[in-house]
Design a protein around this ligand. Structure first.
Ligand SMILES: [Zn+2]
Length: 199
């Protein structure tokens, strides 16, 4: 079978892990062997969605938490016989992940990666930009904006004052559309202009 790279990208709460689970379920129905991979950090506030969802699926799959997002450990951890490598939270893996994905594709494996495409400041997150370029298939999905509840969200807006790129925890973020995001940015940087905008 010809190898493939598929990327599921979007902001937080857009359903990336759910979509990843759906593709895993399809692969299991097709009798393929699946390795599910996610980065494991010592400090983590929420249980991994993907681990919880996998427990409901029946078939040949194995689950691999990878210490500190080291992509070389994926290769060492998964059985060589797997047909599908499903990677959640791809943005937290190191810069070698795209090279590994290319290698697995040449070996005839399907590599499905779900991850945040942008950080809270609109910058490409980790190696997601490269993965999107390498992909045979790209799926961009969106949450609904939590303020207007109408438009597609475009960013994971951080609710806390930290400035590091990586601050984990669902409670620290909300999904916003571009209009609501701009309104919030304006009201914090220039309250007068924001008031004029409101009027
Ligand atoms: Zn909105």
């Amino acid at each position: 079978m010809a190898g493939k790279i598929k990327v599921i990208a979007g902001e937080m709460f857009s359903g990336k892990s759910r979509e990843l689970s759906r593709l895993i379920e399809r692969a299991l129905i097709a009798d393929l062997e699946v390795a599910v991979v996610y980065p494991h950090f010592a400090v983590r506030s929420s249980p991994r969605d993907i681990a919880r969802r996998m427990s409901e699926l029946i078939g040949r799959w194995t689950l691999h938490p990878i210490m500190d997002g080291r992509s070389d450990l994926i290769h060492r951890s998964i059985p060589g016989t797997v047909d599908v490598i499903a990677i959640d939270e791809a943005q937290f893996f190191d810069d070698d992940l795209p090279a590994w994905a290319r290698r697995w594709r040449h070996q005839g494996k399907t590599v499905v990666l779900a991850g945040l495409d942008m950080d809270y400041e609109e910058h490409p997150f980790g190696c997601m930009g490269q993965l999107l370029c390498l992909a045979d298939e790209v799926m961009k999905i969106h949450a609904v904006c939590t303020i207007c509840k109408q438009q597609d969200a475009f960013i994971s807006h951080r609710l806390t004052p930290e400035t590091d790129q990586v601050v984990v925890g669902d409670k620290n973020y909300t999904a916003l559309c571009i209009d609501c995001y701009d309104r919030i940015q304006m009201s914090t940087t220039n309250p007068i202009e924001a008031q004029l905008e409101e009027a």
